[in-house]
Design a protein around this ligand. Sequence first.
Ligand code: RUG
Length: 830
Amino acid sequence: SIPEPQREAWKRAQAQGFRGKDGFEKELVRHVETTLARSMFNCDEKAAYSATSLAFRDQLILDWNRTQQNQTYRDSKRVYYLSLEFLMGRALDNAMLNIGQKDTAKAGLSELGFRIEDIIGQENDAALGNGGLGRLAACFLDSLASLDFHAWGYGLRYRYGIFKQEIIDGYQVEVPDYWLDFNPWEFPRHDVTVDIQFFGNVRKESKEQGKEVAIWEGGEIVQAVAYDVPIPGYNTSTTNNLRLWSSKASGGEFDFQKFNNGDYESSVADQQRAETISAVLYPNDNLERGKELRLKQQYFWVAASLHDIVRRFKKSKRPWKQFADQVAIQLNDTHPTLAIVELQRILVDIEGLEWEEAWDIVTSTFGYTNHTVLPEALEKWPVGLVQHLLPRHLQIIYDINLYFLQQVEKQFPNDRDILRRVSIIEESQPKMVRMAYLAIVGSHKVNGVAELHSDLIKTTIFKDFVEIYGPDKFTNVTNGITPRRWLHQANPRLSELIASKIGGNDFLKDLTKLNKLESLAEDKEFRKEWSEIKYANKVRLAKLIKELTGVTVNPAALFDIQVKRIHEYKRQQLNIFGVIHRYLTLKAMSPEERKKQLPRVSVFGGKAAPGYWMAKQIIHLINAVGSVVNNDADIGDLLKVIFLPDYNVSKAEIITPASDISEHISTAGTEASGTSNMKFVLNGGLIIGTCDGANIEITREIGDNNIFLFGNLAEDVEDLRHAHNYGSHTIDPDLNKVFEEMEKGTFGTPHDFSAMVAAVRHHGDYYLVSDDFHSYIETHKLVDEAYRNQDEWVAKCIVSVARMGFFSSDRCINEYAESIWNVEPLAVKS
Ligand code: RUG
């Protein structure tokens, strides 16, 4: 209801984005000279990065405003993606490409005296995640915006992201990642705050008609402040929002009374305690440690997000029964499960709905994605801790459980044990709240992230729930990756070559169009261009390796890469034992024989959780082997072993396009999906892998002659483990030789590695390293052999890329939209 003349004035003065190179330069210089208060004479690369980002941010924010207005006006159903992790990486390059203005920026920067690569390189990674789970969330945001879905992400604005990893004397050392010194990509919304309550008591109050309501009172309040990050879609003006919450003491500043009385330290203590909530990302991947602060983070974030979502819904003045028609909330893992309880609390305690009516709304609203079957990663919280921190929520959890168990009892009157098995409360000492069970009971759909994984959850950890709810509640959405970042941005030359051959870059929005490449696999000229690009990418990685480790590697060697979090189930130990075996084999050869061998560079990268001792030992072994092998004159270029420190998203963008072969070798049945496997294949590298996670579907898509599979199958794992513990356990003879060499001290003090050896020899070899060793080594021989025939190898790579269309995160989002969220895309009207 703004009067027409005012409306006109606003329109006349409307902000405009820049147009063309000259427009970009003008904006850049304006930001250098005014926003940053610098000039041509003191504009270093950091300042040029800042000004470039600000120019692009302005551009994004215009689209962001238009998108938000449009979505509010249309009032259609929105998707809310709740994730404790968003591993975004750098934003500038992505923004330039998604807006389609990278060439403009390149030309403009060049005229002003800068190389665009140097400017892009100034940005800190937004590393608010541990690994696959957080990166998946980031890919999903890109797809949601690119496909024009009305969607918001909600997360925490950690002051410290995942730690930076340094390698000192071969050991991992963690350094804090303070990434916020200058972050042009966020908008603080000091006017969007929510008070979040912790602790306190619950009292019941009688209301009219004998109705009782619960009043949660007392305790302490912490304030959540919103920070908005614009998420640009590719080649669309849809720009969605990622809202990250930051914690602050309620009432704002420190206690002045205490300060005036000279009690300086405690005057700021409350403030610091409140700010601690969003201070650090927990650095564990596939491991839950059950710390109180983590639970506080979870509640703080879900309570703020739900408050926001409910407020937005209430603005539409619709009746509550339409809530789930307007709102779909996806729980990325169990971390946001308290959202289920919080929504029930809001509806019953605050909005006065009846329990059943509220519960119907809740269960129609939520979907839950499970990402693991590993027992150590399944979240459980001590009942006592929940009682203390969130007394009203514990009551609600008990009520949810009661109604659920009553239903189960009716369904299975003769099965007493099932109640114990499926209860949300585990009757252990101490009693625990099983978050995955709560998530299942409170959602209308549960999905796994690859076919094998989705099957496994139905037959193992959630078997009883399939009996109770029937199989339809459980579904699969195989993970995917965004081709914009993981092909177009990371491998611009390959993206360009593909576009030139298949008639433009539509494939970036419909990845199945890559299938047009298949017919080119036999085209000699095309294969040559393809190989040249791979070589150039290997040169780029070789340069990074030199910079970070000082080791020179030969780009003509076969690059064999395993980059991911370090975890026993991912089996970097199998890889390094294989490398030692290769080294011993080379050492045993005559110089003439050696000359015939194919040179290899084995590259490792990844962080170990700071408290995961065995993972740290694995890093140490890799480095110890590297320092022996890389300095052995007999070996020269034939084998190099590299540990690249501080693996992160921006390094992945350099590493992924440079692989010849990459390793995805988890014990069958342990890796839910894996997504780097998809990235490597999409970039024209082949993979060696076990029949695990998405490797299986990759094989199905690209063909089993284009992948090197080895090892035992998931269905045999239990029997093998049982045999290790209760039968005789013989260790593979070649692996024994590797162990003997380690025990001789060839790679440093044997004691350092004795636990790693003992895990295989004496402690049941839980991850089946010995069982799979022989087939692993044999399969690597096949890799070597295949690589010698470059024509065939390159043809395999081309065919594989051509068949990777299925693994776009756009396909995932369309599946979620159709089978879980019931939403349709709606483009922004200009
Ligand atoms: O370990 C899984 C990966 O297999 C998967 O690809 C990724 C995304 O779905 O999630 C990873 N994950 C699982 N990260 N944390 C967990 C523990 O819940």
